[in-house]
Design a binder for this molecule. Structure first.
Ligand code: ZN
Length: 215
């Protein structure tokens, strides 16, 4: 077990799939000079691997479920330790109470940010979500694709788990396993809530709320 002192999580982001965590996370990363740790991206990468670990990840993710807590905890701890004391953002961890306990045992968190949106809006966002294969930036088919990034030409990818079939399953898993953590975190003095989808002011609102906490 780590002593917890050197692993400093600046922001811990919560929200159902496609709630706009990534967009705000990318801004906070630049603004506060942090690294960002996204287990979802790590797992999407691992599932492409022709290895035992890759197969394990494929088996767990195929029905919209989560990977086992022990595996996720180990991967997150390795990623965070590798940063050698640099501040980081967690996007998509913890997702279960067991992971939340692990977080509290191993890391210090400055601020929890919870994202929220109505279900229909989340589903629409998921259906229209695209990602630039060049730089990894997540974008929406509903926005001007030229504004996404400077990659030429763009090679749009649609994430395997953004489908009409998968989204309801992923949302149900979130409600069952992750929402209980959000309920705990919202009772802490260092948490804020934001509505990111269809909100052009989300960045300024985020900074205002973060500043108000003295972070
Ligand atoms: Zn790009």
């Amino acid at each position: 077990m780590n002593d917890g002192v050197s692993l400093h999580c600046k922001f811990c982001l919560f929200g159902p799939p496609a709630s706009g965590k990534g967009t705000v996370g990318a801004f906070l990363k630049e603004h506060f000079n942090c690294e960002i740790i996204t287990p979802g991206d790590i797992y999407r990468r691992l599932r492409e691997e022709d290895s035992e670990l890759g197969q394990t990840v494929r088996d767990h993710l195929k029905d919209g479920g989560y990977c086992p807590d022990e595996l996720t905890n180990r991967i997150i701890l390795e990623e965070a330790t590798r940063l050698n004391g640099k501040n980081f953002i967690l996007d998509g961890f913890p997702r279960t109470i067991a992971q939340y306990d692990f977080l509290n045992e191993n890391m210090v968190v400055d601020c929890f940010i919870c994202f929220d949106a109505p279900y229909e809006m989340l589903l629409t966002a998921s259906m229209n979500r695209i990602q630039c294969a060049g730089c990894g930036k997540v974008w929406s088919k509903l926005m001007n694709e030229d504004d996404c990034c400077s990659c030429v030409p763009k090679n749009w990818k649609h994430r395997f788990d953004d489908s009409a079939e998968m989204y309801p399953k992923r949302y149900a898993v979130y409600e069952q396993l992750t929402q209980p953590i959000v309920d705990i975190v919202l009772g802490l003095t260092n948490s804020i809530t934001l509505q990111s989808l269809n909100n052009p002011n989300v960045i300024s609102e985020a900074l205002e709320r973060i500043n108000a906490l003295g972070i």
